[in-house]
Write a protein that binds this ligand. Structure first.
Ligand SMILES: Cc1ncc(COP(=O)(O)O)c(C=O)c1O
Length: 443
């Protein structure tokens, strides 16, 4: 007999028995899963996202009727938003941008990333992180992901440093702070810049300070799905006037800003500006962001506590003294504790219970975007062929990230805005799937 399978069966059966003892006669986990013809664990809806409120319209109309829609000249709603967002984060300065991607492109330029440079970044992220680096004709060099935290493993950074490495770009993915002390110490030792991709981390905290204020520059996104949404939009935050002046100039076609000035078209730049409509929308939602962040955090704390009791379900570990804001709520799923039920089937079964969920990020650096870049004329001019070959091979050597991509399950942020009873439905649904995982695996 296969002792491994035997043990798995034993663990799942024990878990099921535990559920039975804990929950007594009214045991939701004992019911049939929806996929096998049972009742859904959650039959109601979930809070809609994004949410627009009618009283917010007057300010947006004011912008419309003013005829001043462009922010190139400064002032107006964009400047007002920049001051409010900097204050919210405890940052000295904020620059509003057209998007999170353009915030990243601007920041990387300002910290000196140029064609032929290398930037060490998290692989477990939305592909905009990679694209911002590629936009500079620089190479995104992936450190590994720590499977316990789902963020960049600081221990894997130093071995990736070469004489071309210019910056580290950690990503506070799903609003979970990276271990910034360790990352900043490595950057300091090697005289490199740190640009935080905080595009999913509005109000997340690390050791009493907000994400986006911990490195040289921080970047945010206000795209439609985000906790502070305006359709599109972004921001760069930081505490250095010279760096923020340069960012302002670069995002505004190279116009002189603050102490960063010269004669005529003295510096390069692009048009990465936010519009006043976007800023008017964002200003209205700041209080809502603060209130909703607390609700998400309280529900996430509750879910973590409940889900930790289910064998095979591991919520992410956060660095000490940090607070996540949960753009997604991730779980590591161990199919062995579910009679081998593949993650895709688990996700399907959970969705059938009325719990929207997905599989998180894949190993997208193997999909083609990186190959297209490194096979281009520009990249082949900028790096020796041996370096590009070794780099391509290194993409297969990210064991932590590979595991995370294969085993993560994510719940979207709007679920965390529901009432506490709905959190219990999520837990009940997962317990139910575990109890019936053998039948679901063979269905
Ligand atoms: C981690 C991360 N980085 C960068 C971005 C890019 O932001 P945007 O879509 O506003 O350009 C996003 C947006 O989804 C993101 O989630």
């Amino acid at each position: 007999m296969d002792r491994k399978v035997d043990r798995r069966r034993f663990v799942a059966a024990t878990a099921a028995a535990g559920v039975g003892l804990m929950m007594g006669a009214a045991n939701p986990a004992a019911e049939k899963p929806a996929l096998l013809g049972g009742k859904r664990a959650h039959s109601g809806g979930w809070p809609a996202w994004p949410e627009w409120r009618q009283p917010w319209e007057a300010d947006v109309l004011k912008v419309l009727r003013s005829g001043v829609w462009c922010s190139a000249g400064g002032g107006g709603k964009v400047t007002e938003f920049e001051a409010a967002y900097a204050k919210l984060l405890g940052a000295k300065r904020c620059l509003a941008t057209a998007s999170g991607t353009t915030a990243l492109i601007t920041s990387l330029h300002v910290v000196g990333v140029d064609a032929g440079d290398e930037v060490i970044c998290s692989p477990f992220t939305f592909n905009a992180t990679y694209n911002a680096i590629l936009n500079h004709k620089a190479l995104p060099v992936f450190a590994d992901t720590d499977p316990a935290t789902l963020t960049i493993d600081p221990a894997s950074i130093e071995s990736r440093i070469t004489d071309r490495t210019r910056a580290i770009l950690p990503v506070h993915i799903y609003g979970m702070p990276c271990d910034m002390d360790a990352i900043c110490a490595i950057a300091k030792k090697h005289d490199m810049a740190v640009v935080e991709d905080a595009c999913q981390a509005w109000l997340a905290e690390y050791r009493g300070r907000k994400c986006g204020t911990l490195g040289d520059l921080g970047c945010f996104s206000f795209q439609n799905s985000k906790h502070l949404p305006a359709g599109e939009g972004g921001a760069v935050t930081g505490n250095s006037d010279p760096l923020l002046d340069r960012c302002h100039s670069f995002h505004n076609c190279g116009r002189a800003t603050g102490t960063f000035r010269g004669r005529g078209s003295f510096t390069r730049g692009g048009n990465y500006r936010m519009q006043h409509f976007q800023a008017a929308m964002l200003l209205q939602q700041i209080d809502k962001l603060v209130q909703e962040t607390e609700v998400r955090q309280a529900n996430a704390d509750y879910l973590m506590e409940q889900l930790r009791q289910i064998p095979g379900i591991a919520p992410a570990r956060l660095p000490e003294h940090s607070r996540a804001v949960w753009h997604m709520f991730p779980l590591r799923y161990d199919a062995h504790q579910f009679h081998g039920l593949p993650r895709e089937k688990f996700v399907h079964a959970l969705a059938a219970e009325g719990i929207p969920c997905g599989g998180g990020y894949s190993e997208q650096y193997l999909d083609g975007m990186i190959d297209e870049a490194i096979q281009s004329r520009g990249y082949r001019r900028l790096w020796p062929a041996e370096r590009l070959t070794a780099y391509r091979d290194s993409l297969r050597n990210l064991p932590g990230n590979r595991r995370v991509c294969a085993t993560t399950v994510v719940l979207p942020q709007n679920l965390l805005l529901a009432e506490r009873g709905s959190m219990d439905h999520i837990v009940d649904a997962i317990r139910k799937i575990q109890v019936h995982s053998e039948a679901l695996a063979s269905a």
